[in-house]
Design a protein. Sequence first.
Length: 507
Amino acid sequence: MDLRYYHPPAAIVRRTVKVDACVYGGTAAGVVTAVQLARLGRSVIVVNPATHVGGMTTGGLSWTDFGNKRAIGGMAREFYQRCGAKYGVAEEWCFEPRVAEAVLQEMLGEAGVIVYPREYLRSARLRDGRIQSITTESGLTVQAGVFVDATYEGDLMARARVSFTVGRESNRRYGETLNGVQYRDKHQFELPVSPYVREGDPSSGLLPWVEPRARERTGTGDRRVQAYNFRLILTRKAENRIPFPRPDGYDPLEYVLTARYLAAGWTGAFSKFDPIRGDKVDKNNAGATSTDYIGANYRWPTASYVERERIFQAHVRYVAGWFWFMANDPSVPEPVRARMAEWGLCRDEFCDTGGWPHQLYIREARRMVSDYVITEHDCRGQRRAADSVGLGSYGMDSHNCRRYAVGGRVMNEGDVQVGGFPPYPISYRCIVPKRGQCGNLLVPVCISASHIAYGSARMEPVFIVLGQSAALAAHIALDGNVAVQDVPYAALRTRLESAGQILDWTP
């Protein structure tokens, strides 16, 4: 089993590839970007700092967060229809990861797109505000007329000296109400649980990842990042089930809060076992203490590959340990233990990593700061961009960002779930850098949005939509030899509409 984020090159082999367009990042958005460019006759490659393509779409997020399906068109809709064809239905939104990856590989193969896996960006060569080439740690240099950063972290964007931010803005920054520090009741400890190593004893110190009392006012900005986890695909079918493993480095102290919450009467351990095809479920975080590793990811967005590998493995240990704890630890009530032990990883998923997803769920990392920043006002329909390249439709959603002690009990902070608004347009300016910054880079994943607005826009179908829109804009920029900021929106809109993109919302 080779479950790693970072695979350092075994040797440095210097070689150069010249193409019209280079997509850095093999997420679903990156794949669709490349396929669309290839369908337009462009020479294009995908440089992928991962082993597999698809990112979260093939990495465990199979219960698709689509918001409103009617807001999803173009190649995104094609992808879900092609997944459906594998099951003999019109479209499928709750597919098995192996099926989703097979569909993306088919699309790449049909378009003749070559993917370079396990290639990690080392440098970007810039001249006159444009990327001339990028070079990876293995010695691969790619020269291209246009580049697309389709990673979850925005690593190429940062190398290109494009403005970005990490963490939560204050509410005052953009006149919002849901940004910054948020003391709310969702995924919260609803029963009193002691935060101390020895229950009720402050002198014993705080449990792992519990901070001292939070004193910031609601809406205060900070650098904290909403929690990451792994979206495990589980089954109860005995012939396909792998029992939950006890991870190396298992630390029982990490699960004391869960044990105490269960002892206090928590009954929500089996929430978010969302059914997908193949007699399987996509298990997401649910409740105050679950698979989200709250507080352990703050350094990820701007960390080195080596440090990210450490953070990745810490998340593997925590999430694997949580399931092993729930299925085996005697402190867990016997009915819960027995029921959890019925579940396990799938033998026919993630076969090269022992049934474990290859993609850490990086819900948010760097976010570009461009000439248009999507905010809560866009999500609520109080402001509408005139240069739409796709629609967002999911509610404003942030997972918890930290745990803290107050009054002898532990509390979570940062979870926000506010929705009920119609789909809203995402500005073209949100996927290109500020005018005067990099003129040949598009960014369809780490888009220009505030923390809370990104919580709405950050869904996989939207990333795919924006990837296709980025490809069409890149094609126009190459045709006219203009900066991506100077692509005429009227011409782009014509292309988008012809491609089946949904740009405006009609109730």
